[in-house]
Design a protein around this ligand. Structure first.
Ligand SMILES: CC(C)(COP(=O)(O)OP(=O)(O)OC[C@H]1O[C@@H](n2cnc3c(N)ncnc32)[C@H](O)[C@@H]1OP(=O)(O)O)[C@@H](O)C(=O)NCCC(=O)NCCS
Length: 170
């Protein structure tokens, strides 16, 4: 399988926050944002592996800023690292200023997807090559996040998490 660049997995969508997606204070429901992020991340994962990819875990979500009714929200998803059958996808969320058009980063999430076939069997995926400085940084740190996620899911013993342990080695 030929390696792919992170760039090839980019998926972008833009949404407008509508009344049925907000609470009584006019702020977007966290669950609505999670669903948007899951959908665009699945597209990104698909672009990397060209297979159906399912959400295996939501590793980190930060709702740093509220998103208001009427806001124009852009979500950009990109695969940060591919492992054997799983891949990490980072979703950056930004809000567009309605006067200046300038976008500011509002939220971020990190999901893990796994490629599967119709029978639910996991499938090997292409290696991912990071190119930019940010892609290289995210690629390197993805291994730590994978180990943490697997420990929390009860799928890895803390003693096996070599990358995490190395953080504490002096
Ligand atoms: C995700 C799923 C395919 C994993 O199947 P599995 O039998 O546990 O497969 P494995 O244990 O071999 O794991 C497959 C890969 O996922 C990774 N993985 C599994 N759980 C993970 C987690 N919580 N965090 C990070 N990676 C995880 C494994 O490390 C492995 O990666 P690798 O092959 O790249 O090394 C399976 O649990 C599933 O189908 N879940 C439902 C998915 C779904 O429907 N999502 C939508 C929710 S409604």
């Amino acid at each position: 399988m030929n390696p792919k660049s992170a760039r090839e997995s980019i998926a972008v969508t833009t949404k407008v926050v509508l009344p049925h997606e907000t609470n009584t204070l006019g702020k977007l429901f966290g669950g609505a944002l999670l669903a948007w992020m899951d959908e665009i991340a699945a597209v990104s994962a698909h672009r990397h592996c060209k297979q159906v990819a399912v959400t295996a875990s939501v590793n980190n979500v930060s709702f740093n800023n509220p998103i208001e009714l009427g806001d124009i929200v852009t979500l950009e998803a990109k695969v940060s690292r591919a492992f054997r059958t799983s891949m990490e996808v980072i979703i950056d969320v930004s809000i567009e200023d309605r006067v200046t058009g300038i976008r500011r980063q509002s939220n971020q999430a990190i999901y893990t997807f796994v490629a599967i076939n119709k029978e639910g069997k996991t499938l090997e995926i292409p290696e991912l090559i990071p190119e930019t400085d940010e892609e290289k940084r995210r690629f390197d740190s993805a291994l730590r996040r994978r180990q943490l996620s697997l420990i929390l899911a009860g799928k890895m013993k803390p003693s096996e998490a070599t990358e995490l342990k190395s953080l504490f080695d002096v």
